[in-house]
Write a protein that binds this ligand. Structure first.
Ligand SMILES: [Zn+2]
Length: 242
């Protein structure tokens, strides 16, 4: 694999799913091409110096082809995306790139749009777990701080008070609100854009006044998040990046 310098990342919605696309500018390359790998990762390789506008136009033009290609790949892929050097990682609307450093004391840190995991022992059997565990812990830590801040912001704005925040990792629920006023939020929400996280926060805080999904409940949600229908759609389109 030749060394490319990833200069940009683009995001595009295909069939309701937000896809994260890596754009690699390659020296001495003659033409633009789009590659879809077995895990459903999309990469555009193009000659250096080409304006990004041209790449965006190509992505729009090839949307249908990409959609067909992606459904095909996802239908026939039996395993989830393997985590490794270069895996795109969605994080609050940003697209980070996983970087593995074979040095250091076992840390995870963000540097610009790179998310580094250091001290990786490339043992074939444990490779996936060695990356996934510290990566998920990093997302969870970030989620705790971010959710606490958004909850405080929205609780003040909505004039309500909640009891405690619990960050969970359920596979099927994004959030819930208990009758004791505890708010549970899924750390996987960190894969979504900030707007979508805000919608879930407002949704759960609205349950403090309405414990059901009645018209009055949705009216309250809509007062604070007018585009909540769009947010719900985007929430449904989230898929695990690994
Ligand atoms: Zn609800």
């Amino acid at each position: 694999m030749p060394m490319d310098r990833v200069i940009h990342q683009r995001r595009i919605v295909i069939s309701g799913r937000e896809e994260c696309i890596r754009v690699a500018f390659v020296k001495n390359r003659k033409r633009i091409s789009i590659l879809v790998d077995d895990a459903g990762g999309i990469q555009v390789r193009c000659p250096s110096g080409i304006p990004l506008k041209q790449v965006d136009a190509l992505l729009v033009r090839e949307k249908e082809w990409l959609n067909n290609r992606l459904s095909n790949v996802r239908l026939h892929s039996h395993h989830r995306q393997q985590l490794g050097e270069g895996t795109p990682l969605p994080f609050l609307g940003d697209c980070l790139t996983l970087r593995l450093g074979h040095w250091g004391r076992g840390t995870v840190f963000r540097c610009g749009d790179d998310l580094w995991i250091t001290r990786i022992i490339l043992d074939d059997l444990n490779h996936e777990l060695d990356i996934r565990r510290p990566l998920e812990r990093w997302y969870q830590r970030g989620a705790r701080a971010y959710f606490a801040q958004r909850l405080d912001y929205w609780a003040r704005k909505m004039g309500v008070s909640f009891n405690q925040l619990h960050v969970r990792g359920q596979k099927t629920r994004w959030g819930s609100c208990s009758c004791r006023g505890n708010i549970n939020l899924n750390w996987r929400l960190m894969w979504a854009a900030p707007r979508v996280v805000d919608y879930v926060v407002v949704h759960e805080l609205s349950h403090l006044s309405h414990m059901d999904h009645s018209a009055a409940f949705w009216e309250r949600v809509g007062r604070f998040v007018p585009d909540y229908l769009e947010c719900r759609k985007r929430l449904k389109a989230i898929r695990s990046p690994w």
